[in-house]
Ligand binder design. Structure first.
Ligand code: NOJ
Length: 566
């Protein structure tokens, strides 16, 4: 077994007041800042236009200096890439496009040496249609015992020409695809909640559960510190796969318990995984990607004997509005308290329009926005939203490039798009390539240091303006978004009341603003377009805009957040 971080003490450089707080003593993950790396788009070491593990490895010092605690890697496993790696053909192999298992081992070791933890993505709801089990199930025909590891069913209608039920794929179109028998005749259908290249596993079959327990151990033995569990709410389907019975399925998603989402049976799986995680030293964790109807139902995934964290998508979906934010913050904290789990906060990831662009547009447009909106406004709000997020109790997720203030690329030509849901139209997603464009590191010519050679390729084109947004261009500029993130993460580490520290106490404040106290720390937020004058809460620590302190008063700039020491 490779050495895990918590087997030894953390490097001295990382031992801070924050580490000594209640969060660290009860579990590092309770207030970790976790940085999501999207391997395709982070750093390309060999110049093929696609990011890779050696590229990530070479940039780990950047992440350590940024001040994050852990890195979550989206899938880098062997995959035909029908859904950018969320279609896994071999769960124990690295796709050659990303490197080798040796590269993964080196990356984990280097990260640990720098005091960073590594969380890998696990995709247990479905495999790739190229997975050996699925290929054999097709080849061996209807009598194959391997068919029971997936959901194969005869079709309805006189000749089986209709899908077995009325479920739709999240990416659009029916959730079923008909197979051909080995003799060429039309055969059974199989279930895929996502693309047809992503057949859903049947978790009632014990071989599936056994296999995933073994996969968990494989990566735990490699030294990973945890797993982000893809579609954690989808593994168990309602018995008999009942029809949904009409209605707009996409509107119901996330608002209702569905026969294929958030079934109570999933929790038994996470209990068994928790037992495995707990066998390993060093507090290995599980993080649920679970889209549930309510924060209360999300809390079910993080009961003491289940997973450690769940993404707070209700927070991600909240508009830049003081009252709405306060509502979701209170609800999130209240919902996690009974299960003693940390609340998590997230503004962006690889599936949604970056928050700098969401906040640049009118509210209510959802998470697949195709207009740039008012960029300056979006960036101002994004910076303010980040300082608010990092001031809240619990753990926070940062998606690569948000620390550079990157907007979504809303004008990608259709011919370069790769998001499978773009090609299936009516689905829930479709424009996710806009947040997946490779990030700029340095230089004035694309790919801006993403790849080793100026003028070299990148799998999605980067906008020309990104030269000014590169890590190099922003480093040392005190007004840059990158330096704001660096400062915020440093203050967060140094302030014992932040992170898992002290609870939130709301203080009275004018409409459109929020003021809350956590021990000797105060956060002020102005979500309005007007400056707001209030009594200065203390000494200004950090400002997302230009807070003006004038005698005993301060003027909160429009769309801004400030941190204060009292
Ligand atoms: C959620 C992942 O974040 C997304 O990128 C993927 O398309 C679906 N799950 C299916 O695996």
């Amino acid at each position: 077994m490779t050495q895990n971080l918590a087997d030894t003490s953390r490097p001295a450089a990382d031992a801070t007041a924050h580490e000594a707080g209640t969060g660290a003593s009860r579990g590092w993950w309770r207030d970790a800042v976790i940085y999501q790396v999207y391997p395709r788009s982070f750093a390309d070491s060999n110049g093929d236009g696609m990011g890779d593990l050696p590229g990530i490895r070479s940039r780990l010092p950047y992440l350590r200096d940024l001040g994050v605690d852990a890195v979550w890697l989206s899938p880098f496993y062997a995959s035909p890439q029908a859904d950018a790696g969320y279609d896994v053909a071999d769960y124990r192999a690295v796709d050659p496009m990303f490197g080798t298992l040796l590269d993964a081992d080196g990356l984990i070791r280097d990260a640990h040496a720098l005091g960073l933890r590594i969380i890998v993505d696990l995709v247990p709801n479905h495999s790739s249609d190229q997975h050996e089990w699925f290929q054999r199930a097709l080849r061996e025909g209807p009598a194959s015992p391997l068919r029971d590891r997936y959901h194969f069913r005869p079709g309805k209608g006189e000749n089986g020409e209709l899908p077995p039920n009325d479920w739709e794929s999240i990416f659009g179109g029916p959730a079923w695809t008909r197979t051909a028998n080995p003799d060429g005749t039309l055969g059974d259908w199989y279930l895929h909640l996502f693309a047809p290249e992503q057949p859903d596993f049947n978790w009632e079959n014990p071989a599936v559960a056994d296999e995933f327990r073994s996969i968990l151990r494989f990566w735990l033995d490699m030294g990973v510190d945890g797993f982000r569990i893809d579609v954690a709410h989808g593994l168990v389907k309602a018995p008999g796969l009942p029809d949904l019975g009409g209605g707009d399925q996409l509107k119901l998603l996330g608002n209702d318990v569905m026969p294929f989402f958030d079934q109570d049976g999933v929790h038994e799986i996470y209990r068994s995984w928790r037992r495995i995680l707990d066998e390993y030293p060093g507090q290995r964790i599980g993080v649920a990607e679970a889209w549930t109807p309510t924060v209360q139902r999300t809390a079910n995934y993080v009961r003491p004997d289940e997973l450690h964290q769940a993404f707070n998508f209700q927070y991600l979906g909240t508009s830049w509005d003081a009252a709405e934010l306060r509502g979701v913050i209170d609800l999130s904290l209240d919902s996690m308290r009974p299960v003693d789990a940390p609340t998590t906060w997230v503004l962006s990831n690889h599936d949604v329009t970056r928050h700098a662009t969401r906040f640049a547009n009118e509210p209510g447009l959802g998470t697949q926005i195709r207009t740039p909106g008012d960029r300056a406004l979006g960036l101002r709000r994004a910076r303010a939203a980040t300082l608010l997020m990092l001031a809240l109790p619990g753990s926070a997720y940062v998606y690569q490039g948000e620390e550079l203030g990157l907007p979504d690329v809303t004008d990608l030509p259709d011919e370069v798009r790769q998001d499978p849901s773009f090609f299936r139209q009516a689905g829930q997603d479709g424009y996710r390539d806009g947040c997946r464009v490779p990030i700029p590191w340095s230089g004035t010519e694309a790919p801006y240091g993403f790849g080793p050679v100026a003028g070299g390729p990148s799998w999605l084109p980067q906008p020309a303006e990104w030269a000014q947004l590169s890590v190099e261009a922003q480093t040392g500029d005190p007004t840059s978004t990158l330096e704001l993130y660096r400062s915020a993460l440093a203050v967060r580490r140094a302030q014992a009341d932040l992170g898992a520290g002290t609870g939130v106490e709301w203080l009275d404040s004018p409409e459109g603003t929020l003021v809350f106290r956590r021990g000797s720390f105060v956060c002020t937020v102005n979500t309005t377009a007007e400056p707001v004058r209030i009594p200065a809460p203390g000494r200004l620590l950090l400002s997302s805009a230009d807070a003006v302190v004038d005698g005993g008063e301060t003027v909160l700039a429009p769309d801004s957040t400030d941190w204060w020491a009292v």
